[in-house]
Design a protein around this ligand. Structure first.
Ligand SMILES: [Zn+2]
Length: 299
């Protein structure tokens, strides 16, 4: 779904990238072949490419137009970024801003940027390269970033810091996509309960990163949850105990995933993850002691 409404709020999906990412056994920590096999056919071809044996993923942003504010949720990988340990997102030259324009928005129209967490594929378009320097892409926007990710990812102050994989794939990310926002005085650091706009509230849901955040949206009795990377792929709705290889705190990430899926099921909220291909959104229903996704594009 590229355009839909949550009550009075208009939502526009803007895609940056779509492709095959990695085999499920490599992405998921705790992967079980028998569990995968029992659901595999559900994912072909939109969420799993049987020819390459790889998962299909997207990088996408969402613009929420409340009538008062235009809010951009997550900013992908960005163009021109030097990513020596993550070649798939290195030196991209996508037409993301052209697609944003096609959705009806110029960069200067965006009032607020919200990043679900500070990771290389969620902060990229925070900045763009102009005359050899990284400048805020959305020059009229405040950038709302999760405060619990701030010190963790800042190479100048981090103490505990990210694990080996996190450190590798996010190399250079803070300097080219977050530091310029701080230096421009555009950052606003948010914690649990931060209200982005009426009906749009950020909830701390740590594990994937310390600052991982879910944005609850409620309008006219309709609910949606922008969950970032709490759920990477619909297989994790069947198997919430599967973490991605990029989850920083494994135990906390599993606990949070179950919590968020429970909330989505109980509130009958539309689940809007960062990387779902196919319909891009899902419903979550309880089944036995677990969950089942509804992935139809006719949501
Ligand atoms: Zn991600």
């Amino acid at each position: 779904m590229d355009r839909f409404s949550i009550g009075k709020i208009a939502v526009h999906r803007v895609e940056e990238w779509c492709g095959t990412f990695s085999p499920p056994a490599e992405l998921f920590q705790g992967f079980r072949e028998d569990t995968w096999d029992s659901h595999r056919d559900t994912f072909v071809p939109d969420y799993f490419d049987p020819l390459s044996g790889k998962l299909v993923a997207v990088l996408q942003s969402w613009v929420l137009d409340t009538g008062e504010q235009r809010i951009l949720f997550d900013t992908g990988a960005g163009n021109d970024k030097d990513r020596p340990d993550l070649p798939i997102f290195a030196h991209l030259q996508t037409d993301f801003l052209g697609r944003l324009a096609a959705a009806g928005f110029q960069p200067e129209d965006i009032d607020t940027v919200v990043c679900s967490h500070i990771h290389v594929d969620h902060v990229g378009w925070n900045t763009r390269l102009i005359d050899g320097a990284w400048q805020p892409t959305f020059r009229n926007a405040r950038y709302v970033l999760p405060v619990r990710d701030r010190d963790y990812w800042d190479p100048e102050v981090t103490t505990a810091g990210p694990g080996v994989i996190g450190r590798l794939v996010n190399g250079g990310m803070f300097e080219d996509s977050v530091r310029p926002i701080l230096q421009a005085g555009r950052a606003e650091w948010a914690d649990d309960g931060f209200e982005v706009a009426p009906g749009l509230v950020l909830h701390a849901r740590p594990g994937h990163t310390p600052g991982s955040t879910v944005m609850h949206v409620s309008s006219d009795g309709v609910e949606a949850m922008f969950v970032g990377d709490v759920v990477h792929h619909p297989a994790q709705i069947y198997a919430p105990e599967w973490n991605s290889a990029f989850c920083e705190d494994a135990d906390q990430a599993r606990e949070t995933r179950r919590q968020v899926l429970s909330e989505a099921a109980d509130r009958e909220a539309l689940l809007i993850p960062a990387h779902f291909a196919g319909a891009h959104v899902a419903r979550v229903v309880r089944e036995g002691t677990g969950f089942r996704p509804i992935l139809s594009s006719a949501l």
